[in-house]
Design a protein around this ligand. Structure first.
Ligand code: HEM
Length: 407
């Protein structure tokens, strides 16, 4: 008997069969589009919605053998306000002209407030994007598998710097303005994701372990989105970092616009932090879990300090930081070894350290470990910033993949 792959089983059931199979594996979708940025929508389960407009065009580019030529041309397209390069295939060009438009609900005032937030809090954003969101992504099973078996999985450092580019660009002053780069980064990422949707189902490695027929559904994208702004804001709140309400809203808005520019449908983008937290509790928290691929990716991230920082912050400190921010269960899944000394230091001294940094507590009055390890905590923050900056350091162009990870 010929054994059918999971993908075939999912696909032969047609869209409905796929939804049924997926619904069995994860909780039913009940988040209402009334809580979205546009306040309405069809309410379709995003596990069975992808990005058809981009997917069709990119699949055609790949199938026509134009990927290398297109990637070469796209290298020259770097600024939001810049015309698209001549020579792009007509269907791709037409799609990109549309995809580069900001949504009608983009609010310049809120985006300016986000700039203030990023300037004031950039120091904490590096460590939360880099380690909290980065580590969390390794326990999002579908993301871990997609990342591991796609082309980028063969060179994780390159991939991390490319992803850091998005984290860097979203925080820049002119992110969505004509002289900024965030729109370009988002549109290129949208194309890269479409490429992955076309190619990854052909990977025998991915096919063996995947529980979906086509990767990067709208639900998958929202899960990853929550691992970024929602998780970052939850951590900053936990650390009692003072944040003005307008800046908190501005930060959310910059990520709402980012979601739209990445091809996430408006009806799935939460309108407020309350809605974001409610959606994250439904889509992110229940699906977290260990995979062999995620464990390997986490190990690479833990040793990343060597690459960006020459190893000033060692792997045991970063292990403790992961345990402190994401908890014992996730640290256990990732097989992160226990480092009780550093865990104890973080438990007692990290929050007071933030209070000292924020001028809310004097160093003299802070607990002993804060005084003793202030330099180390500063190094952790610096490492986070360096990690995000690594996305700006090299001339990075996000590309449409032409193949999967061969390994
Ligand atoms: C590529 C960000 C959602 C899997 C990228 C890139 C960025 C990015 C910046 C380009 C970097 C590169 O080419 O290496 C994001 C953001 C997301 C999101 C901000 C959501 C808000 C997802 C999801 C998955 C995923 C849900 C999988 C389940 C991938 C893969 C690549 C990629 C496999 C291509 C790597 C390659 O070239 O092989 N993403 N992503 N992403 N992303 Fe995402």
């Amino acid at each position: 008997m010929v054994e059918r792959s999971r993908r075939e089983v999912l696909l032969t059931g047609g869209a409905l069969g796929a939804v049924g199979a997926l619904a069995a594996a994860s909780p039913a979708w009940s988040w209402s589009p009334r809580g979205s940025v546009i306040g309405e929508g069809d309410g379709l389960d995003p596990k069975a919605v992808w990005d058809p407009e981009a997917d069709l065009v990119v699949a055609a580019v790949i199938d026509r053998g134009e990927t290398a030529k297109v990637n070469e041309l796209l290298k020259t397209w770097t600024k939001n306000g810049q015309p698209l390069p001549d020579g792009l295939p007509a269907d791709l060009k037409a799609f990109m002209e549309k995809a580069r438009q900001l949504p009608s609900w983009a609010d310049e005032g809120k985006l300016d407030a986000a700039v203030n937030f990023n300037e004031k809090r950039g120091l904490y954003l590096g460590v939360t994007y880099g380690f909290v969101s980065g580590m969390l992504s390794t326990v999002i099973p579908r993301e871990a598998r997609a990342v591991y078996y796609s082309k980028g999985g063969a060179d994780m450092r390159d991939r991390i710097t490319k992803t850091a580019k998005l984290g860097y660009d979203v925080g820049t002053k002119n992110a969505f303005k004509p002289d900024g780069e965030m729109i370009v980064t988002c549109v290129k990422t949208r194309l890269a994701h479409s490429g992955v949707r076309h190619l990854l189902p052909k990977s025998p490695h991915w096919d063996k372990v995947a529980d979906e027929a086509i990767p990067i559904s709208q639900a998958d994208m929202m899960v990853t989105w929550h691992s970024l702004p929602t998780t970052v804001m939850q951590q900053l709140t936990r650390w009692k970092v003072p944040i003005a309400p307008a800046e908190s809203e501005g930060f959310l808005h910059s990520w709402q616009v980012t979601a739209h520019m990445l091809g996430i449908k408006d009806e799935y983008i939460p309108a407020s932090w309350d809605e974001a937290n409610a959606q994250a509790a439904q889509v992110l928290t229940p699906i977290l879990g260990p995979t062999p691929e995620g464990v390997k990716l986490a190990d690479i991230l833990l040793n990343l300090a060597d690459f960006v920082d020459g190893g000033h912050v060692s792997a045991p400190v970063l292990s403790a930081l992961t345990r402190y921010t994401l908890g014992d269960e996730i640290a256990g899944w990732l097989k992160i070894r226990e480092t009780p000394f550093w865990s104890g230091i973080l438990e007692t001294a990290w929050e007071p350290f933030i209070a000292v940094r924020e001028g809310l507590l004097s160093l003299e009055r802070a607990p002993g470990p804060v005084q003793k390890f202030y330099w180390l905590f500063d190094e952790i923050l610096r490492l986070g910033v360096l990690l995000v900056l690594s996305g700006a350091k090299f001339p990075i162009s996000i590309e449409i993949p032409a193949s999967n990870n061969p390994n």
